[in-house]
Design a protein around this ligand. Structure first.
Ligand code: SF4
Length: 73
């Protein structure tokens, strides 16, 4: 069987921190992948190439972000 190129992971996360409004939806959806800094509450990506086991959570985070700060390739 041939596996797709994303088979070993959830993909590559991109973040535009200047678009982040600190809503925290990404942290709620995928707390092992996203965090917020203590000063401004802006997103921190803990793992920009997370494992496939959190792929659904990462997609949820990207979908839920109200400012479009996150992308997944
Ligand atoms: S959901 Fe979007 S706006 Fe909210 S903290 Fe995460 S990246 Fe920032």
């Amino acid at each position: 069987m041939t596996l797709g190129r994303q088979a070993s992971g959830a993909g590559k996360i991109g973040v535009e921190r200047d678009r982040c409004v600190g809503a925290g939806q990404c942290v709620l959806a995928a707390p092992t992948v996203f965090d917020q800094d203590e000063e401004e509450g802006l997103v921190l990506v803990l793992d920009d190439e997370p494992s496939a086991s959190v792929a659904d959570a990462v997609r949820e985070a990207v979908w839920a972000c109200p400012s479009g700060a996150l992308t997944l390739r």
